[in-house]
Design a protein around this ligand. Structure first.
Ligand code: NDP
Length: 329
């Protein structure tokens, strides 16, 4: 028997989450059993610990959309006991039981071998948010972004999980980084991660008045969407790209097509959930080499399985800062 955070739903549709003992026979089908070491918390986890947000199909449910650990047994040739692995996406923790347990049984296709230079705790300090930040940086590079441009790169929602890691990666790679935040008291934290300029959220919050403004940014990782994304499209330098990652500020895009037509701007969609295997391996490899681990460590706050019900509520209320690493043991 081992510990898991199990969410149940009563007859009135009310959910409750508690640390409970379960056995291997309770785990869903899959071809690899992983002894989970660390997980983390994401907005989706907050939903799945609580009311489900339409993501959870069946109860009882074990949330946790990402985890890292050691293979305990495998029916798939690609993995053997003792291998270190990381999992993000594939609707694990939503449709399939996830990482808030000391063991998980999953499909081998969903796993990625942990790269050299990264341990399981660091992998969850990165988590889905950091993995997505790296996918965004890689997409921008694949579209021609290099550190030797005169204009800075822009990161929106910079104090959040995606934004913090994107800022740290760009900083390590030698970019000038402009970090957009609504919490100016985080300015010192963002500078310590690698931001060279802090942009108050209010500067970019207004709805666009003109489709084109001065060419200000060499590229952008946008975690906010909405009016802010619409606005910054008109501020990109000629031929530059914006990686659209999130919707912390809204799902609408009240923009014009003018920046695409007159400045050749690219809008790159970033999805971490169904990302193909080869690009996952590439992203985790880049994380191991291009993310400053000391800066990552400074973002971490530790937690245990029993902290998760409160953390779930906190993340839904926007009260979690930096990266939470959950030691499930
Ligand atoms: P966080 O909640 O940690 O960070 C979001 C940040 O956005 C906040 O810290 C805040 O930064 C800023 N923000 C919040 N509300 C607003 C607002 N109304 N207007 C402008 N800025 C705002 O989330 P994550 O970093 O984990 O995720 C960011 C986004 O990316 C989310 O929408 C998430 O759903 C999405 N996501 C997408 C993935 C994908 O596969 N595409 C994977 C993972 C996440 P500050 O205080 O500095 O202003």
């Amino acid at each position: 028997m081992f510990d898991a955070l199990v969410v149940n739903k009563d007859e009135d549709g009310k959910t409750s989450a508690a640390v409970t003992q379960i056995g291997l026979e309770d785990l869903p089908q899959g071809d690899v059993v992983v002894a989970v070491e660390y997980s983390t918390i994401n907005y989706k986890d907050g939903l799945c610990i609580g009311p489900g947000g339409g993501l959870v199909r069946n109860y009882p449910h074990v949330p946790g959309i990402d985890f890292a650990g050691t293979v305990e047994s495998s029916e798939d040739d690609r993995y053997k006991p003792g291998d270190k692995v990381v999992l993000t996406g594939w609707r694990v923790g939503e449709a399939h039981w996830g990482g808030y347990a000391q063991k998980a049984r999953v499909k081998a296709d969903w796993l990625v071998p942990l790269p050299e230079g990264l341990d399981t705790r660091q992998a969850m300090a990165v988590g889905t948010a950091g993995f997505t930040a790296m996918l965004a940086v890689m997409a921008l590079e694949d579209h021609g972004l290099t550190p030797d441009t005169p204009n800075p790169v822009l990161v929106t929602g910079a104090s959040g999980g995606v934004g913090s890691v994107a800022t740290a990666i760009f900083g390590k790679l030698g970019y000038s980084v402009a970090a957009v935040t609504g919490r100016m008291d985080n300015a010192e934290y963002l500078s310590s991660l690698g931001a060279t300029t802090i942009v108050p959220r209010a500067d970019l919050a207004e709805t666009i008045k003109r489709p084109l403004e001065a060419e200000t940014w060499a590229g952008a990782v946008d975690a906010v969407g909405g009016d802010m994304l619409a606005r910054l499209l008109g501020q990109m330098e000629y031929g530059a790209s914006v990686a659209a990652v999130g919707l912390a500020g809204g799902a609408n895009l009240p923009a014009t097509v003018v920046p695409f037509l007159l400045r050749g701007i690219n809008l790159l969609g970033i999805d971490s959930v169904m990302q193909p295997y080869d690009n996952r391996v590439r992203a985790w490899g880049r994380i191991a080499t291009d993310l400053p681990m000391d800066k990552l460590e400074a973002m971490v706050q530790p937690a245990t399985l029993s902290d998760l019900p409160k953390l779930g509520a906190d993340i839904l209320n926007g009260q979690v800062k930096g990266r939470v690493v959950v030691d499930v043991n």
